[in-house]
Design a binder for this molecule. Structure first.
Ligand SMILES: C=CC1=C(C)c2cc3[nH]c(cc4nc(cc5[nH]c(cc1n2)c(C)c5CCC(=O)O)C(CCC(=O)O)=C4C)c(C)c3C=C
Ligand code: FE2
Ligand code: FE2
Length: 337
């Protein structure tokens, strides 16, 4: 190994204050990987219209969780922890956070990487499963930056696409699920409810997004690694949340699935957020407040949620290991670009 090593953590970003919400939403909807329009010249005007109409609802949701997204702080902590594990293993790498729609923006991370003289860069999306709309969008943005900048072309870029099959990730998820199941009076009667962030159906059926199949495999992998008695007795569901706009998204929708389970007599429900590794608006507001209310109104009395991984030590160690494997001879999980 020679030269200075960098690790770039890709994430979505979130508004830090209520005043940031409009611009954050504008950045999001201006991304053609989030809203695909037939005419590119319409992207920005439509983004400002949708952002303006969604901002009041979105602001209200951020107000309910303290006035901003915790994503920056959590992602920076994850970065520091990964860096520490790498250092302990003798890998003198520096970790950078590159957010797609808020600060620190990808461009800020790139400027720092250039200044630090990084010669090898591992690009690590903080999304376990690949979607065109998340990891795909950030990876595309990097490809464009690389294409247009000879200074960047001198940096060897190793891009990891997804990593939901990693045993450390699955083990950490299982620990969190197991701990929460123990809090129920009858753990084997609890319905384990995986709730993933949705995408429009067209992404899968028309654009070939592997997101749904990776999600299904991920849930299977987690269930198969659970304690044998849970595998045997606990029923589970995968549903999709956070739909926005008029088009059809992946189904079943979380809200409907909760109501249907209540109708079938389910009384103990443990929600597992599955598409994202940090606490964020959709866990803290949508699951903890909105879906809890839906569940209680439908007659589910015992409702709980598994916390996000954040800086769970098994998870952080696993990501650091993935980085080391990508830098070494094992290229299985990585594609060199
Ligand atoms: C794997 C995770 C995610 C996928 C897939 C995804 C696709 C996707 N999202 C939108 C629209 C919105 N997303 C918003 C917030 C948001 N999205 C994710 C993750 C995924 N999105 C996260 C982690 C967050 C929250 C960040 C935070 O602040 O904590 C929002 C804004 C919030 C709101 O107003 O509800 C929108 C809008 C689309 C259209 C899409 C796929 C095409
Ligand atoms: Fe989203
Ligand atoms: Fe939402």
């Amino acid at each position: 190994m020679s030269g200075r090593v960098g690790v770039m953590l890709l994430n979505l970003g979130g508004p830090e204050k209520l005043e940031d919400v409009y611009l954050f939403l504008y950045n999001l909807f201006a991304d053609p990987e989030i809203i695909r329009l037939p005419f590119p010249f319409l992207q920005k005007p439509i983004a400002s219209l949708i952002a303006a109409s969604r901002a009041p609802i979105s602001q209200e949701n951020y107000r309910m969780i303290g006035g901003g997204s915790p994503l920056r702080q959590i992602t920076e902590e994850q970065g520091e922890n990964i860096e520490n594990v790498l250092q302990r293993h003798g890998v003198d790498a520096k970790v950078y956070v590159a957010m797609r729609y808020w600060r620190p923006y990808t461009e800020e991370a790139i400027a720092q990487i250039k200044q630090d003289g990084i010669t090898r860069l591992v690009v690590l999306p903080l999304y376990p499963q690949y979607s065109i709309s998340t990891s795909g969008s950030s990876i595309k943005q990097l490809d464009v930056l690389w294409e247009n900048d000879p200074e960047l072309q001198a940096i060897e870029k190793i891009t990891i696409k997804s990593w939901y099959e990693r045993t450390g990730y699955i083990r950490a998820m299982n620990q969190l699920i197991d701990a929460k199941l123990q809090d129920f009076a009858e753990p084997e009667n609890v319905h384990i409810f995986f709730s993933a962030h949705g995408v429009p159906v067209k992404y899968v059926t028309k654009y070939g997004d592997p997101y749904q199949s990776e999600m299904e495999n991920c849930v299977d992998g987690i269930m198969k690694a659970l304690r044998r008695d849970y595998q045997r007795y606990n029923a589970h569901t995968l549903a999709y949340q956070s739909r926005v706009g008029p088009v059809e998204w992946l189904q079943p929708y979380t809200e409907e699935a909760i109501k249907n389970l209540a109708k079938r007599g389910v009384n103990d429900l443990l929600v597992v957020p599955i598409s994202f590794v940090s606490e964020h608006i959709e866990t803290l507001q949508e699951i903890d407040i909105e879906y809890r209310e839906v569940a209680e109104e439908a007659g589910i009395h015992n409702f709980d949620r598994v916390p996000a991984l954040n800086s769970h030590p098994i998870f952080i160690n696993d990501l650091a290991e993935l980085v080391m494997e990508s830098l070494g001879t094992t290229k299985a999980a990585a594609i060199a670009a």
